[in-house]
Write a protein of this length. Structure first.
Length: 229
C-alpha cells in the first residue's frame, strides 16, 4: 500500500507538470487553527536553471490565461518546453502525511502541446470537452542516498469536460511508460489503477479550476504591476 500511494504521488506530480499547473510551485499554505499566526517560511534560493524554468513557465501560463480571458479561438496553438525541479521537501509537503515520497528531488521535462481553439471554446460554449494530444513527461528521480538516479518517462492524453466555463470531469488517460526494471511495475500498476478508477480525475478538475480563476488573476496582477519581469 505504501508504494501504491507513492506511485499515486509520482503520477500526480507528473500530471501537475504536464498541465503546467505546478502544484509544488504553487503549494497552498498550511492551514492554521483560527486565530493562530503561521510563521513565514523561508524560501530556498533558486538555482540559475530553476530561475530560467520559472520564467519560461510563467510566460507559458500567461499565454493560457490570455486565451481564457479573450476566448478567441483564432491564433497560434501553444507549445512550450517545460523544465521543473521538484525538491524533496516540496513534494512531501504537496503530498501530505498519507503518501510517502520514496525518492529525493525530481527534475521533470515536457514539451507541452495545447491547441488554442479547444481551450477558447471551453470558455465560451455552454458545454465542451478538451481532448489534449498525447503529452510525454521525462523525470529524473534522485536517490535519497548515494546511487544513480532513476529516469522515468510517461505519456498521457488528458480529457477535461467543461460546463459554463468550469471543469466538471477529467481523466488522465495514461499511455506507454518507460522506467528501470526495479520501479517499472509500480509505474505500470499505478497508471493502470488510475486508468480504471480515475483516482486523479477530481484532482485535475481542482487544478484546472484553480488555474483559470485564482492563478490567472494572480498572474494578471503581477503583470500589471511589472513584477513578472
Amino acid at each position: 500500500m505504501r508504494y501504491a500511494l507513492s506511485l499515486a504521488g509520482l503520477l500526480a506530480a507528473l500530471l501537475g507538470l504536464s498541465l503546467a499547473i505546478s502544484a509544488a510551485e504553487d503549494t497552498s499554505p498550511t492551514v492554521s487553527p483560527p486565530g493562530a499566526t503561521a510563521p513565514a517560511e523561508k524560501q530556498p534560493e533558486l538555482t540559475p536553471e530553476e530561475k530560467a524554468g520559472k520564467v519560461t513557465r510563467k510566460a507559458f501560463k500567461a499565454k493560457i490565461c490570455d486565451i481564457i480571458a479573450t476566448r478567441d479561438p483564432a491564433g497560434e496553438d501553444i507549445s512550450c518546453d517545460i523544465t521543473k525541479t521538484w525538491r524533496e521537501e516540496d513534494i512531501a509537503k504537496m503530498l501530505g502525511d498519507k503518501i510517502e515520497w520514496p525518492w529525493g528531488k525530481a527534475v521533470c521535462q515536457s514539451k507541452l502541446e495545447l491547441p488554442r481553439a479547444p481551450l477558447a471554446n471551453a470558455m465560451s460554449e455552454p458545454e465542451y470537452e478538451i481532448v489534449m494530444p498525447q503529452q510525454k513527461v521525462r523525470c529524473t528521480l534522485a536517490e535519497k542516498e548515494k546511487g544513480e538516479p532513476y529516469v522515468v518517462e510517461v505519456t498521457m492524453s488528458p480529457k477535461v469536460k467543461f460546463k459554463d466555463s468550469k471543469a466538471t470531469e477529467a481523466t488522465v488517460n495514461w499511455g506507454p511508460a518507460a522506467a528501470p526494471l526495479l520501479i517499472y511495475p509500480l509505474i505500470y500498476a499505478g497508471a493502470g489503477l488510475d486508468n480504471s478508477t480515475n483516482v486523479l480525475g477530481p484532482e485535475v478538475v481542482r487544478l484546472v479550476n484553480g488555474f483559470i480563476t485564482k492563478k490567472c488573476a494572480e498572474l494578471k496582477a503581477e503583470l500589471s504591476t511589472g513584477k513578472a519581469n
